[in-house]
Design a protein. Structure first.
Length: 375
């Protein structure tokens, strides 16, 4: 087929007024520490959470394609041979989520299914979104990096995770790179400017000489003698009538670098849906909020939208009546005193048992004990 239009994977370089591949822009943007940290806070946190399969309130065994999507341990043994290039569960889903976050679209290719129609562990692969496209009314296509030709992907072969944003006619999501490209470019330009200031340095002052016939050699000699007498120490300088010393200070723009850096960090944090304090920026949110309340805000405002989107995408591969649930209990865990108080209330009112409480605390259940006294 003819080459599908993949303009969503190009971005406009405002300084060069040219189109650049978004893959190059991704490397360029993620080199900014605040961007890398923001992506890690979302991707690593979610991909490291347990994924359960539920039927109502019942927790079922986790399917193999979720537990070990690339079959890192094919025979299940502790000392099994790990195949080169295969990703563990966290790495696999982390790449998928990262693609959706940064580029706007995450693709998992399902190469094989079992007799029940479920994805088969070991047959799942994360595809870089720049290799994908969608033709309305036809379907998905994948590009061969070697030949640059396009191959049609049959229905049922893909799991497509979209970032939110205005979807185009191909139903592709919009990643943070395109949505906030100017903010990332501004942050990088500021880093380059700061680096240039410190590399080139700022003169302590200038020696102004009124002699119009001063040669370059004489100027260099005057500078050397000045540095020799006053360069590394505070002393009283005696100047003749033709020489004047004017001290220099950092410019007001350079002096505001810290403030500008904070503004840049705030913009990057907001682009990822994070509270700026998580990246070292300033925050107008509750100044006296404790760690627990801030963690809850992080889960509710940043992670939950992504978690619900991931769950709904994975649910398409589960049987009717079951659903995927990403377990958030570890993130929402209260402090010991608060948990103890809640458990005591549950035990007192009868809606918790002691073994349920022990399960919440990752403790083994107590053995059955005969409470009838021996006669």
């Amino acid at each position: 087929m003819s080459n599908p239009t993949s303009s969503q994977f190009w971005w406009v370089d405002s300084s060069l007024e040219t189109l650049q591949p978004s893959g190059e822009f991704a490397n360029y943007a993620v080199s900014i520490p605040a961007v890398s940290r923001a992506a890690s806070l979302i991707v690593d946190t979610i991909s490291g959470l347990p994924i359960d399969l539920r039927r109502g309130l019942e927790t079922l065994p986790t399917p193999g394609w979720i537990e070990d999507p690339q079959l890192v341990r094919p025979d299940g043994r502790v000392m099994s041979t790990v195949q080169p290039g295969r990703l563990n569960r966290m790495e696999f889903f982390g790449q998928w989520i990262y693609s959706a976050l940064i580029y706007g679209n995450g693709f998992i290719y399902i190469d094989e299914r079992d007799i029940n129609g479920a994805p088969k562990a070991g047959s799942l692969h994360v595809i870089h979104p720049e290799l994908m496209d969608y033709v309305p009314g036809t379907g998905y296509f994948i590009r061969d990096p070697q030949s640059s030709g396009w191959e049609y992907i049959p229905d049922g072969k893909l799991l497509h995770l979209r970032n939110f944003g205005e979807l185009d006619e191909r139903k592709f999501g919009l990643g943070v790179l395109r949505r906030h490209a100017l903010s990332f470019a501004t942050a990088d330009e500021m880093r380059k400017y700061t680096s240039g200031v410190y590399k080139s340095g700022i003169p302590n002052g200038i020696l102004k000489v009124s002699n119009p016939n001063l040669t370059g050699e004489q100027a260099a000699d005057l500078k050397a003698k000045w540095l020799e007498n006053h360069g590394n120490k505070r002393s009283i300088a005696i100047l003749n009538s033709t020489t004047d010393f004017q001290p220099l200070s950092i410019s007001p723009v350079d002096a505001q670098l810290l403030q500008m850096s904070q503004m840049s960090i705030n913009d990057i944090a907001l682009a990822f849906g994070l509270d700026p304090y998580m990246l070292g920026g300033s925050s107008d949110s509750n100044t006296y909020a404790n760690v627990e309340s801030r963690n809850i805000a992080f889960v509710q405002n940043t992670l939950l939208p992504w978690i619900r989107r991931i769950e709904e995408t994975l649910n398409a591969e589960t049987s009717r009546g079951t659903n995927v649930k990403i377990n958030l209990s570890g993130l929402l865990r209260a402090d010991t005193a608060t948990r103890t108080q809640a458990y005591a209330s549950g035990l007192d009112k009868g809606y918790l048992t002691i073994n349920e409480v022990r399960a919440f605390e990752d403790l083994p259940p107590l053995p059955q004990v005969n409470e009838v006294p021996n006669v």
